[in-house]
Design a protein around this ligand. Sequence first.
Ligand code: PGA
Length: 259
Amino acid sequence: MRKPMIAGNWKMCKDVNEAVELANEIKRSVYDVENVEVVICPPFTNLSDVGEMLIESNIGLGAQNCYWKDEGAFTGEVSTGMLKSVGCKYVIIGHSERRQYFGETDETVKFKIKAAIEKGLIPIMCVGETLEERESGKTMDIITAQIKGGLEGFSEDYIDTLVIAYEPIWAIGTGKTATPGQAQEVHAEIRKILSDLYSETFASSTRVLYGGSVKPENIEILMKEEDIDGGLIGGASLKSDSFTDLIKSTASLYAEKKG
Ligand code: PGA
């Protein structure tokens, strides 16, 4: 059974003091949760301090982005080796905000996934369609192109740690969540794409998270869907209460599912 993951994407929020305080609160409230992989992804400037606090905790540290070169004249960029050195285990790649505002493409996603894997980081690859694409019936084409493009040339053994996050752009930060049915439909399609590209085993063991206005009020109905393995959480990860609620609901649902 796939272990669920709840990953908090703090985006460009929290200075270092606020970040350490929030991480500490989360750490204290979820110390006994075992069956959910909990990840927090603070801004770059806070990774080192938050990372130190999370040593020997059950929370993993993730970054929100990376560059694919090891070092050199790339002003403003951060390498995967640097992320590793401050304790990161995960890195979000190709978030829609990176694609939308910073020109990331399926090709740069592919380079970044490779750079992450080479350094032993778990890539959380984001895919998702715009409202216009959904309304014109192109959702599955977009998702297929993003997955094929981002994973081009990789064998299933090479990407065996990969996590995919399906985040419909129209649902991010808007308060509009995809209905569980809408999300499940795309998640099932993602598994089918992975099965066609790789194998049934790979498709059924890869975790696919949902992201886009996930909150304590809707996590349960989303998590009940067969192919939803957790969430990539923006807004609701910025407060320890709501983030902790999400983690605990996921943990008890998982226990129920396992029977
Ligand atoms: P949201 O963001 O939960 O605030 O909608 C999700 C994300 O962008 O990862």
